[in-house]
Write a protein that binds this ligand. Structure first.
Ligand code: SF4
Ligand code: SF4
Length: 74
């Protein structure tokens, strides 16, 4: 669940690696992904829960959920 006011971010897609297998769609519980002309696209980026399942199942490394590590001063 995204915190209120947090910026909308979505996984990175490497279109040249996507083979259109659709596995990422089958595990996306937020219905954020769709195949358009055999290439994966985000249709509801604001609904992405950043579960990283799409990255986990992609056989070609075409979708990636990078994390930013932020160190806070104490
Ligand atoms: S990170 Fe999760 S919710 Fe977001 S697109 Fe991937 S599978 Fe869907
Ligand atoms: S699992 Fe990977 S290769 Fe398959 S449609 Fe999704 S992004 Fe493309």
């Amino acid at each position: 669940m995204r915190m209120a006011g947090a910026p909308i971010v979505c996984p990175v897609i490497y279109y040249d690696k996507c083979n259109g297998c659709g596995l990422c769609i089958s595990v996306c519980s937020c219905n954020s992904l769709m195949l358009i002309q055999n290439v994966i696209k985000f249709i509801e980026a604001s609904q992405c829960g950043w579960c990283t399942q799409c990255e986990a199942v992609c056989p070609t490394g075409a979708i990636c959920c990078p994390f930013e590590i932020v160190f806070e001063d104490n």
